[in-house]
Design a protein around this ligand. Structure first.
Ligand code: NIG
Ligand code: FE
Length: 415
């Protein structure tokens, strides 16, 4: 028996699951199966076997062996909500916010999403790729193996297409697994009316995106001042006609009805949820929608954190993503998101790790191949620096604890 890669003496192999386990909800989120003093074998980009060191087969030969003494091995994070294709950062707005402006004030003054759109429209596809690739590598180095990337800073047919093509090229040029989402309904461009823009989305953008098979999903910023629940439903139904399943920006700034329209239209996930109450929790309980929180955005915009604890107590599953974007969450660091969920939403490390791996994989339909240490799944894992326990990862927030990254069976980053 020969394998490409053998990891030995793993202090804790985290998130070990049987095939067929797709998501954790409610009380089950507190369970995080960890195998101590373990080995793991990888062959031809897949996880082949694992077990305790005492059961390591003597006849096993490996082309490469990594000794993981004192280190933990995690499945790579799955980041199910990002906007990491963008032209430029927006720290001038950050300073405006420090001085008292709100996200809404900045958007109303032509900043925010429209600011990002102006910058993106002036770049060629190659230039946009060149600016986005370093962000893809940044998240790889911080432990992410699969990522959802949205459009929404183009706001014209050609610029939305450009963004999605860049997202597809990131999938070709890096070892990340990428899912793409069309978010033409992110904001209304200043040179048109909302009604006219919605017509452009439905009649031109969605067919053009579908023609090139550029998007797996459709998203709408359902929010006061952006798109109403009725408009959201109309846009989402148009996307569904082209096989793009919905996922929504819901209840970020106000209790704007996003959760209800997400459930009604069969969304895979409703994301943000800073402004929900018991009514929305009850609606979610009757659905298969994955509620997703984005703690980086809540922190950065000084919003109330979503009621993650209450959602789990109500029996719901919960997913955690980064929302990596220039306006409301300029970090794609999933270890930090896990830490924020523990500190600000009172999730335990077990719950938060489930939320950032198997549940986010479920949210972007990757749980058959990613999100856990399971025989036959893609070998997407990271090896930590020496740590006393897996809870040290969220505890030591802000530390870079991801040491080696293995994606599709190959070591792609070493600190
Ligand atoms: O998820 N809420 C809408 N979209 C992004 C922010 C976009 C921006 O400000 O550039 C978000 O927070
Ligand atoms: Fe977002």
């Amino acid at each position: 028996m020969t394998c490409d890669l053998l990891l030995t003496n793993i202090k804790g192999l985290v998130q070990v699951r049987n095939a067929g386990f797709t998501r954790a909800a409610g009380k089950a989120m507190a369970e995080l199966p960890v195998l101590t003093d373990a080995f793991l074998t990888i062959h031809q980009s897949k996880i082949i076997s694992f077990g305790s060191m005492s059961s390591l087969p003597h006849e096993l030969k490996s082309l490469q062996t990594i000794d993981c003494t004192d280190r933990f091995v995690f499945p790579s994070f799955v980041d199910s909500h990002t906007h990491l294709v963008f032209a430029a950062s927006r720290e001038e707005e950050f300073v405006m916010k420090i001085k008292g402006a709100t996200y809404q004030d900045i958007a109303a003054a032509g900043g925010g999403i429209l600011n990002s759109a102006r910058k993106l429209q002036s770049l060629s596809e190659d230039e946009l790729l060149e600016r986005s690739l370093p962000r893809a590598w940044e998240i790889i180095k911080s432990g992410t193996g699969a990522v959802e990337i949205k459009s929404g800073y183009g706001l014209t047919v050609k610029d939305e297409i450009k963004m999605l093509r860049v997202a597809k090229r990131i999938a070709q040029q890096t070892p990340l697994t990428v899912k793409t989402t069309f978010l033409g309904a992110h904001a209304v461009p200043s040179n048109t009316t909302k009604e006219a823009y919605i017509q452009t989305i439905i009649q031109e953008m969605i067919p053009a995106v579908a023609e090139e098979k550029l998007a797996d999903y459709i998203d709408v910023f359902c929010e006061q001042g952006f798109f109403t629940p009725d408009e959201t439903e109309k846009i989402v139904e148009a996307g569904k006609a082209y096989s793009m399943r919905p996922r929504l920006h819901a209840n970020q700034l106000y209790n704007s009805g996003g959760v209800q329209v997400g459930v009604k239209t069969g969304a895979l996930s409703v994301d943000h949820l800073e402004n929900i109450g018991s009514e929305e929790i009850e609606v979610l309980k009757k659905s298969a929608v994955m509620p997703t929180v984005l703690p980086g955005a809540a922190l950065f915009l000084n919003l109330p954190f979503p009621p993650g604890r209450a959602m789990i107590e109500a029996g719901l599953p919960l997913a955690i993503a980064s929302d990596y974007n220039p306006g409301s969450a300029p970090s794609g660091n999933m270890s930090l998101m896990v830490a924020l969920a523990c500190i600000k939403m009172k999730l335990t490390p077990e719950e938060a790790i489930n939320a950032a791996t198997i549940n986010t994989a479920n949210a972007i339909e990757l749980s058959a191949t990613q999100g856990s240490i399971t025989e036959g799944k893609q070998a997407n894992i990271f090896i930590t620096k020496p740590m006393p326990s897996y809870a040290f990862l969220p505890y030591a927030f802000g530390s870079q604890l991801v040491d080696k990254v293995i994606l599709k069976g190959k070591v792609v980053s070493e600190m």
